[in-house]
Design a protein around this ligand. Sequence first.
Ligand code: MG
Length: 168
Amino acid sequence: MMSARLADAYNAQISLELASSHAYLQLAAYFADTSLTGFESWMRAQADEERMHALKFFDFVLDRGNQADLGAIDGPGEPPTSALEAFEIALAAERSVTESIRNLHAMAREENDAASYPLLEWFLTEQVEEEASVGEIVDQLRFADGNPAAVLMLDREHAGRAHVTPAE
Ligand code: MG
C-alpha cells in the first residue's frame, strides 16, 4: 500500500484528469457551435484520452490496495471566443497537469515509493507530447491570425482524430 499522503495526491490527480476531460468536452461544444467540426472531433478525442488517464491512475490506486476516493470535479472556466483562445485554454490546462504530475513524482520520491516511478514517468513523457501537440496548434492558429480560410484549413487538417461516439 501507498502512504495515505501519497494516495490522497493520486486521488486528487484522478479528479484533475476528470476535470480536464470535462473541460475538453466543453471546448468540443464551442467548436460544435461554431461548426468547426474538425476541432470538435479533436477536442472530443482529447476528452476521451483524459478520461483514460483518470482510469490509469484509478487502477493504480486500486492495484496498490489503497482506496479510490473521487473528489469533486471542477467545472470548465469561461468559454473561449475564438479557436485560438480555445487552444490557449487547453495549453494552460496541460501545463498545470504537468506541474501536478511533477509534484506527484517529487512526493513519490520523498515517500520512497519506487512502484510509482514507471507510472509517473510514463505520464511525464505523455505530458511532453501533449504540450507539444497543443502548442503546435496554438502556433498554427496564431499564424492564421483569425483569417477564416486559414482557420478552416487547420480545422480540416486536425479532423482526423478518432473519438468515442455513443451507440445508436
Ligand atoms: Mg491527462
